[in-house]
Design a protein around this ligand. Sequence first.
Ligand SMILES: Cc1cc2nc3c(=O)[nH]c(=O)nc-3n(C[C@H](O)[C@H](O)[C@H](O)COP(=O)(O)OP(=O)(O)OC[C@H]3O[C@@H](n4cnc5c(N)ncnc54)[C@H](O)[C@@H]3O)c2cc1C
Length: 487
Amino acid sequence: MFHSNTPVRSTQKDQLYPFYDAIVIGAGIAGLICGTFLAKTGKKVLIVEQHSIPGGYCTSFKRKGFNFDAAVHHIGGCGRWSVVGRCLRILGIEMDFSCLDPMDNLIFPDFSIEIPADLERYILGLQDRYPPEKDRIKSFFQDYTKLYRATFHNEKSQILETYKNITYGDMLNRYFENDELKTILSGQWGYIGLPPSQASAIAMCQMMVNYLKDGAYFPSGGTQGFANAIFKKFIDFGGHVMLSSEAIKIHLNGTAVNGITLRGGKEISSGLLVSNIDARKTFLELLEGEMDPSFLKKIHGMRRSCSFFLLYLGLGGDADVSNLKRGFYHQATNSNSLDREWMYISVPTRICPDLAPLNKKIISVVVSINEETYEDVTNWDSFKEHMTRVILNRLEEYVPNIQKYIEVKEAATPKTLERYTSNTKGAAYGWAVTVDQMWDNRLPHESPIKNLYLAGHWTRPGPGIAAVVSSGWSVANLIIENWRQTI
Ligand SMILES: Cc1cc2nc3c(=O)[nH]c(=O)nc-3n(C[C@H](O)[C@H](O)[C@H](O)COP(=O)(O)OP(=O)(O)OC[C@H]3O[C@@H](n4cnc5c(N)ncnc54)[C@H](O)[C@@H]3O)c2cc1C
């Protein structure tokens, strides 16, 4: 089994080819999946990554023997027949996962509920809780799964017509009047980074159906283990990789791409590029040469997703974390709005004790940072201290005397996320998942520049690991089909 501590290395400089059939910029999960499918065909493929490790947001770091997941907490769609499971099987990647059941907990000030890792059980639980809504609950989830299938298979269908232009909040209002039920069904909006009043119905459905149908999965050894396993398969297929290598220019030969320049000046040639990085940077900063002005205008007008503040705690063995559940802790609100603020807490050592030294524990906390909050911050160090204090005060309610047990305390702000991944202002999910930026409105995989493709959460279908696996895979299929036709 390939674990996060297996060393990952760049290809030796003297082994690099003068010309590649394809270069992938960015070793996020979409870039790794796309590159691995391309390398599997026997073509010469290079991945360049600015960081010293692969994975993008799906990476881990170590402090004093504690192994913290930097961003991703769990992955949807890992069942044998779901998108990630199928993709790994086709690539021949062996991975051990723990299936999380319950999938999540939603903790509201006046009640809490477990979300089981099985849709039928979830539906029955909701029907028991809200008997007058029994039939509507059934038809809501039928539509939800139908909509997911239609988007996944890219089918023209009535269900897509019905929901493609409405928000998730509108979708809930079409079905239900019961506010508590709608609050529960909105309780996991943090996974797409926009509250129900603004998020597209398709975005919520794409993120949630995998989780609800076959659960959330935690990769053995932490989320870095997931990235490393794909990375290793890419190398096994003969792929080349340059870590700690930032692409700073994309060159054009007339209207088609013909290579990149890395920071430091090294130029590498290829007639085909896949950008797994921030789309705004791809077109506004890296690309040299003329671009269609209407496309550039569109990019300028697009809105990025929220970012997060993260607190990572390593606790001594005597800390009692038994009162903490994994899931969303929602704040009280005076209104009936479904857009409640939340804090997400997980205790990964409960799933995988060897992430910490013997008997010790890890707690990680995520808080959403929207655009306005980001712009208001003038001093990020003070912001970090303030947020850490606020979160520790809240944790104290569940873990008495928590301060006494802290052995490691690390925090990440949107600035940290940006530093490690170059997603503008630490955008967690690429473009925001508003109605006008999802489905047909999200940037397509093929760009206006010949042989420049996009893979990852800045393109279709959207954010989250299951979606970017699908994105990288779709782009590889497009490219392989083009290669076949030009033989
Ligand atoms: C805090 C947080 C928690 C999350 N939790 C979850 C979760 O639990 N489950 C889930 O499914 N999703 C989660 N997400 C969302 C998910 O992580 C992302 O949608 C997904 O990982 C994006 O993958 P990607 O391949 O598109 O790109 P990224 O992960 O953004 O990777 C892009 C890569 O490109 C590299 N790069 C950038 N610029 C350059 C350049 N110029 N040259 C070379 N390399 C470059 C970066 O270093 C990076 O490695 C979370 C996101 C955040 C921020």
